[in-house]
Design a protein around this ligand. Structure first.
Ligand SMILES: C[S@@+](CC[C@H](N)C(=O)[O-])C[C@H]1O[C@@H](n2cnc3c(N)ncnc32)[C@H](O)[C@@H]1O
Length: 211
């Protein structure tokens, strides 16, 4: 079963994404998350997991460029940004963004992250990664949560007080994952963007300020 409504091309967010040059309507989910939680505040070193086709990377690059102007002050600041996107699928390149085609559960990814960011810690990790849905809510949810625990391992690259966003499917293991996250971050919010399909059980956890 398709995850999109039959006439998704007529859907307003789809049309708006096309108009704005975003590769997917998911761009608006990240924009909503930013408007609500300001996760990109002083974010210059950013990792995006499950990046294809690349709309979160497009949005991330816009915010990172804005940050170079906005936060050029005496507080934490970098004079350039570094963004890495990771996906199993091939992505059309984006200028000044490092794209890694790899399974994010592959241990080799840790070396790639260290290499690209010169072993420096990251300001922000965002993940829109999701398994290929089969239509069976229970097994899909179980597979997604397994992927989420793998993603969680990568938060070791996040700096103290860094922010983290992850997509989950609501279901039986959700509460447990939330509790695990609560041990690692000061503030956790769950958020369902307006631009998510109503029928979808996806939800984002916004984990602010790594302990
Ligand atoms: C909803 S899409 C991401 C859309 C993206 N945020 C955008 O705005 O264009 C989810 C992505 O997660 C990727 N994914 C799922 N499991 C993965 C894994 N183990 N390693 C890397 N990427 C994975 C899929 O290939 C898919 O492209």
């Amino acid at each position: 079963m398709s995850k999109y409504p039959v006439n998704h091309r007529k859907e307003p967010h789809y049309r708006k994404a096309k108009q704005k040059g975003y590769r997917a309507r998911s761009a608006f989910k990240l924009i909503e998350i930013q408007k609500r939680f300001n996760i990109f505040k002083r974010a210059f070193y950013i990792l995006d997991l499950g990046s294809a086709p690349g709309s979160w990377l497009q949005v991330t690059k816009q915010y990172a460029i804005e940050n170079l102007e906005k936060y050029n002050d005496d507080h934490y600041f970098r004079s350039y940004y570094k963004i890495m996107g990771v996906d199993l699928k091939k992505l059309t390149p984006i200028e000044d963004v490092e794209i890694v085609r790899m399974d994010l559960t592959n241990k080799e990814l840790m070396n790639k992250i260290n290499e690209y960011f010169n072993r420096e810690k990251l300001d922000l990790i965002i993940s829109d990664a999701s398994i290929n849905k089969s239509g069976n809510r229970f097994s899909d949810q179980a597979k997604q949560i397994k992927l989420c625990y793998e993603i969680l391992k990568l938060t070791k690259f996040l700096k103290h007080k860094g922010n983290f966003v992850i997509k989950l499917f609501q279901g039986k293991d959700y509460e447990e994952f939330y509790k695990v996250l609560k041990k690692k971050f000061i503030n956790i919010k769950s958020f369902k963007p307006k631009s998510s399909y109503k029928k979808s059980n996806e939800v984002y956890l916004i984990a602010l300020k790594k302990k």
